[in-house]
Design a protein around this ligand. Structure first.
Ligand code: PLP
Length: 352
């Protein structure tokens, strides 16, 4: 049978109201890619898989939650959806709203959204508003306006977003036949770590697939859950996790604790090094935030705090590298220029 999207496949496992009217772009069903070279690079002796969420329809995992949230909003009779976003939520909300025939409004922190994300939101027809403030300021504003007006909030405070995002845990268990030993992922507003933990627990309850230990990774300049207090001015190149007051921070800490895992921080350099390593060793190019989970894994293995021997580890790579091309192009040497003839080409590529 052809694939018909997440609500069709997993709707019976998701807590969604009966009025829900499915809006789908055939999201989900993303590949779990074995990463043998990267595993060897990190010392070897363990199985490593990349859950490549950048291959969702708008290039990030946000589509899993958005199909659920927009389907519920449409069924309820909503005409407009709104969100605050570091970029990927905006692109996803705009795409699903377009598909449903709804209006979308997205609030983004001024000057801090990657080019590919902003372009997406515009292309899908959203009303894009820049806030002269942080993501956290924008989130406060969309909560207030959706309380006061009939506008549906589709940030991950919306419980249906979490329901939809649980499906990735289901897919991993189905692909591997069991939960992995460790799950590594970036943590920003903490909706995704919350959803994975809920999804693994639910699937274990149904199919006894076991539970992973969860390693959540924040960027060092935006690490409220590691520091134990909000960060007023979060700063990191990993703009998707540039968040100082995670809406689901408590649940993220619970997921880490209950799973016997933890939440740690990775520096921007460690994140960017992992982004490059993953692209060069495995041919998987992800945006900076998406490399944070693997950067954290590398840190823990190197420090001897996580022994991967004989283990099966899944890293969630949340968004595609093409969302944020500037990170690569800003530092790159300009490609070589060669005269349009064979001799010139040979001189350049056949040295010695
Ligand atoms: C949204 C996002 C995150 C963070 O997810 P949270 O649910 O906010 O913790 C990480 N990476 C990418 C690419 C994202 O778009």
């Amino acid at each position: 049978m052809t694939y018909q999207g997440l609500l069709h496949k997993y709707g019976h496992l998701l807590d969604l109201p009966t009025h829900t009217r499915p809006v789908s772009l055939l999201e989900g069903n993303t590949p779990l890619i074995p990463a043998e070279s990267l595993s060897r690079q990190l010392g070897g002796g363990f199985e490593l898989f990349i859950k490549y969420e950048g291959l969702n329809p708008t290039g990030s995992f946000k589509d899993r939650g958005m199909t659920a949230a927009v389907s519920e909003a449409l069924g309820r009779g909503a005409k407009t959806v709104i969100c605050a976003s570091t970029g990927n939520t905006a692109a996803s909300a705009a795409a699903y709203a377009a598909r449903a025939g709804l209006k979308s409004i997205v609030l983004i922190p001024q000057g801090k959204v990657a080019a590919g994300k902003l372009a997406g939101a515009v292309a899908y027809g959203a009303q894009v508003i820049q806030i002269d403030g942080s993501f956290d300021d924008a989130l406060t504003m969309v909560v207030q306006i959706s309380d006061k007006h009939p506008i549906c909030l589709v940030n991950s405070i919306n419980p249906y977003r979490i329901e939809g995002q649980k499906t990735s845990a289901f897919e991993i268990c189905e692909n591997l036949g069991a939960a992995p030993d460790w799950l590594c992922l970036p943590v920003g507003n903490a909706g995704n770590i919350t959803a994975y933990w809920a999804g693994f627990k639910q699937y274990d309850g149904i199919k006894a697939t076991g539970l992973p230990r969860v390693l959540g990774v924040q960027a060092a300049g935006a690490a409220p859950l590691v520091l134990g207090h909000p960060v007023e001015q979060p700063e990191t190149v990993a703009t998707a996790i540039r968040i100082g007051k995670p809406a689901r921070g408590e649940q993220a800490l619970e997921a880490a604790e209950e799973s016997n895992g933890r939440i740690i921080a990775a520096s921007d350099d460690q994140i960017l090094d992992m982004q490059r390593l993953l692209a060069k060793l495995e041919g998987v190019w992800v945006e900076p935030a998406s490399a944070a989970g693997l950067a954290g894994l590398a840190i823990e293995i190197a420090a001897g705090r996580l022994n991967p021997q004989g283990k099966r580890i899944v890293a969630i790579c949340t968004g595609h590298g093409m969302k944020d091309p500037d990170i690569i192009t800003r530092d790159m040497a300009k490609p070589q220029i060669v005269a349009p003839n064979l001799a010139a080409l040979e001189a350049v590529i056949l040295d010695g």
